[in-house]
Ligand binder design. Structure first.
Ligand SMILES: [Zn+2]
Length: 206
């Protein structure tokens, strides 16, 4: 079983007159986060961590700020795309850990709710998500929200494949050969980035 690690970072300035959304959760506060999308600093950092873990570029690769389609977009759309990239590459999430750095609002009272919301969006258990919050002591960044995220991925064991047909197979390579036979050799090409191309048309999933 192979594992991958990914790291993501993001920051957004606070701005009056916009709703505050962190981790997909609307939060009561006097200001929100400025950005081309909804400014969800936490989901952006997690999205970059997931994409980085499978060498699939970053959030700007998929959703350039110059594209008007993403103006005011809900950031779980970005996260969903990253999750599809992870699945396509043959991996799943082991756990996600994050740090939020912001002066206000206080995260502790909503940390449990935030963790559950992020877990729901990631399709994992709340116990597989870490949310930690710090105030930016000595950084002179009281009007900025910063997020760091780390993800650990593991390769998906093909337990649903007819592994019993190759009961002697004790290495992933042999299982992969069976899968190639099932889905067709040509459809499992590896991209220049070393990622497996999708064996299905992702548009069909929407
Ligand atoms: Zn961002």
């Amino acid at each position: 079983m192979s594992m991958r690690i990914g790291y993501g970072f993001d920051s957004h300035a606070f701005k009056p007159g916009v709703p505050l959304i962190i981790g997909g959760l609307p939060i009561e506060h006097t200001e929100g986060l400025a950005g081309h999308s909804d400014g969800d600093v936490l989901l952006h950092a997690i999205t970059d961590a997931l994409l980085g873990a499978v060498s699939a570029g970053d959030i700007g690769t998929f959703f350039p700020p110059s594209d008007p389609r993403w103006k005011g977009a809900a950031s779980h759309i970005f996260l969903q795309t990253a999750l599809e990239e992870v699945a396509t590459a043959g991996f799943k999430i082991v756990n996600v850990d994050t740090v939020l750095v912001l002066a206000k609002p206080k995260i502790v009272p909503i940390a449990g709710e935030l963790r559950e919301r992020v877990a729901e969006l990631l399709g994992v258990k709340p116990g597989e998500v870490g949310i930690k919050a710090k105030t930016p002591e000595g950084l002179n960044q009281d009007h900025v929200a910063v997020a760091h995220a780390t993800v650990l991925l593991e390769s998906v064991r093909l337990t649903d494949a007819p592994v019993q047909m190759v009961a002697t197979a004790d290495v992933d390579d042999e299982i992969n050969e069976v899968v190639k036979g099932l889905v067709g050799e040509g459809s499992r090409d590896v991209s220049a980035l070393g990622r497996k191309r999708p064996a299905f048309d992702t548009d069909d999933l929407t």
